[in-house]
Design a protein around this ligand. Structure first.
Ligand code: PEP
Ligand code: MN
Length: 645
């Protein structure tokens, strides 16, 4: 049962209420929502709802219709993220867990760990207690294997995931591992579930070989009911009549789980297929279906692996898969971040005395695209500072009041955000990072409102442009411009007028509990916005492979060719060239240039000098790692390979 508390509940009333509920033997979970506080009350509810509604401080009592309570979305509407050190599963960034099926020997395990880390895995997997179908197969190294996993964590910084097969291993798990895996064969081993519930470490709960989704969620409920909320579900294929693959991957489970529970879900395409060449296609499909991450078996010499070699990827295949996920991520609103762990460490260092205030400034409010860009770039651990204008973002970074600023610079349908280019000219700050978001706009209105009843729509002027065709098809609507999309949604929420709607991203609708009246109304679904991260002097980790420049040239024949020849002669790829009138000098132009190169690398410094000589005005804006590729930047080829275009 869910109890919605009255707005004006006093402390005494709340304490008395909790006492009454506990005395009945219920488990109580308090959830602070945006607008109200609710209590999840789980137990044998003995009285009717009317009784609970009559208790002082209770506004409403709602039954939870499903047999699982603590894991249900009804009780906990916002998605949960599970933290494993600096890794968050369930947030805006894809999490890939990789490693061998079983821990074999120290050297091999470390070799695999460094390899998967290099290609973007952020957690390491490897079994030390292997539940094998045959008692004669490799059973794992036991504690010896756990010691090797601990060494992997210490050497590579990767958190480790391993399977626990018996409650007798509890102390070892506490001592050595970061995430405890409950394997498919043990999904309904209730003593084991209760045990990991009490241990309190994050649990990766695999779906049983023949378990229904409801049975799987009931198993998760066992763990939560012991007080451990940190459960990650893992779809790993189920037994069907099809013998071609080891199991049948039930990808439908992903959207179903997303609807039924707040817990994150990852997919294991290795055990689901059992066939190496089927792993990558199913991994890509899992991400497209909305999975929060993947767990994949990878080995440096799969042919010699002691278990599950035939389904383990070769390093090159894993590298390729990660490149594909890097491209697919933004299409479904997520990012694969190659500098995930390094960034997390950098954010931690910012909290040390003497560092610039550890916050990133952005223009907008939660639910806006800029807010999403911040979360996708930095993850959830970076404190964010809302600003009301782009200039304010620049000011805060310039004055050292924010270590970073996040700004939209270019949209694939409507072009540059010139205001930000002008501000980049005015301020002496550097571009240090980039992140690309797919922008999917929706018409958002009040729940139950119909499209036909809308009279007035709110959005940002650029967004009206991006949805030009849809907007033009409703000529009678009034258009009201707002500073950012999330603010528009907040406004219609406040106005409570079903005749009003706003154009914004899905997150804004979720945040304000409004409804999507029409999805995907942008002119072209290939609508991407490139955001840049600016800073005064805080560097970001990651390989730098792109630089931005602004220059102007004199008014004589061949003036523009001269600097461009520097790029051509040095075989440098130009990825952007745009001219724009100089705000201070009529009929003179500035050229904005992006190149695929780290211009500050020692071997390229002379290029900066050559460019300065060949231009009248020259400003170097910074070098950074190219952000999550947009579909236009890379394509997935026939064999599932990615090529930069
Ligand atoms: C494993 O992850 O190595 C494993 C044994 O998985 P499952 O329990 O899904 O078969
Ligand atoms: Mn395995």
């Amino acid at each position: 049962m869910i109890l919605v508390l009255s707005q004006g509940i006093t402390r005494e009333e709340k304490e008395r209420l909790l006492e009454t509920l506990r005395a009945e033997g219920n488990l109580i979970k308090e959830i602070q929502g945006e607008e109200e506080t609710i209590l999840g009350v789980v137990g044998k509810i003995r009285k009717d709802l009317g009784y609970y509604e009559s208790l002082p401080g209770v506004a409403k009592a709602i039954p939870i219709s499903s047999p699982y309570k603590l894991v249900s979305r009804q009780l906990h509407p916002a998605p949960s993220t599970i933290k494993i050190g600096e890794v968050a599963i369930g947030g805006d960034r894809l999490v890939v867990i990789a490693g061998p099926c079983g821990v074999e020997d120290r050297q091999r395990t470390l070799e695999i760990a460094w390899m998967v880390r290099k290609y973007g895995a952020v957690l390491f997997r490897g079994g030390a207690f292997k539940p094998r179908t045959s008692p004669y197969s490799f059973q794992g190294l036991g504690e010896e294997g756990l010691k090797i996993l601990k060494e992997v964590r210490e050497e590579t910084g990767l958190g480790v995931v391993t399977e626990m097969t018996s409650p007798s291993q509890a102390d070892l798990m506490v001592k050595y591992v970061d995430v405890i895996q409950i394997g498919a064969r043990n999904m309904q081993n209730f003593e084991l579930l209760k045990c990991v519930g009490r241990i309190g470490k994050p649990v990766l709960l695999k779906r049983g070989l023949a378990a229904t989704i409801e049975e799987w969620l009931m198993s998760a409920e066992y763990i939560l009911s012991e007080g451990n909320d940190q459960v990650i579900l893992c779809e790993r294929g189920i037994r069907t009549f099809e013998p071609y693959t080891r199991n049948t991957l039930d990808l439908t489970a992903v959207p179903i789980i997303k609807k039924l529970t707040h817990l994150p879900i990852i997919v294991d395409p290795s055990h689901a297929t059992g066939l190496r060449d089927k792993v990558s296609p199913m991994a890509r499909a899992a991400v497209a279906a909305g999975a929060d991450g993947l767990i994949i078996e990878v080995h440096t010499d799969p042919d010699k692996a002691l278990s599950d070699g035939p389904q383990s990827l070769y390093p090159g295949q894993f590298e390729q898969l990660m490149r594909d996920l890097y491209v697919i991520g933004p299409v479904v609103g997520k990012q694969l971040d190659y500098a995930y762990l390094e960034k997390a460490r950098m954010i931690r260092r910012l909290h040390e005395p003497g560092a610039a205030p550890a916050q990133a400034a952005y223009r907008g409010v939660p639910g806006s695209w800029s807010h999403k860009a911040c979360q996708q770039f930095f993850g959830g651990d970076m404190p964010l500072k809302e600003c009301s204008s782009f200039r304010e973002v620049f000011d805060l970074v310039d004055r050292g009041q924010a270590a970073f600023g996040v700004l939209p610079l270019e949209n694939s349908l409507t072009g540059s955000f010139h205001e930000n280019y002008d501000l980049l000219l005015d301020y002496d700050l550097q571009i240090v990072g980039e992140v690309t978001l797919r922008i999917k706009h929706n018409l958002i209105g009040h729940p139950g409102a119909a499209l036909e009843g809308i009279e007035r729509i709110y959005s940002h002027p650029q967004v009206f442009q991006q949805c030009k065709e849809f907007v033009a098809s409703h000529p009678r609507w009034d258009h009201i411009a707002c500073r950012n999309t999330a603010a528009c949604v907040a406004r219609i929420k406040e106005n409570k007028d079903p005749k009003e709607a706003a154009i914004a991203g899905e997150e804004a609708a979720e945040l304000h509990q409004l409804a999507v009246l029409k999805e995907g109304i942008e002119m072209n679904p290939r609508n991407f916005t490139r955001f840049v991260v600016i800073s005064k002097n805080s560097a970001l980790p990651g390989e730098k492979n792109k630089s931005s420049l602004i220059f102007s040239v004199g008014d004589h024949p061949g003036a523009l060719v001269a600097p461009l020849q520097v790029f051509a002669a040095n075989n440098i790829n130009l990825v952007k060239l745009e001219s724009r009138p100089r705000p201070d000098r009529p009929w003179e132009y500035l050229f904005y240039v992006d190149v695929e190169l780290d211009m500050l690398a020692a071997e390229n410094r002379s290029l900066l000098e050559q460019l300065r000589e060949k231009t009248e005005f020259f400003k170097y804006l910074g070098s950074y790692q190219k952000g999550g590729a947009a579909a236009s930047e890379a394509v997935i080829g026939e064999k599932g390979t990615t090529s930069a275009g």
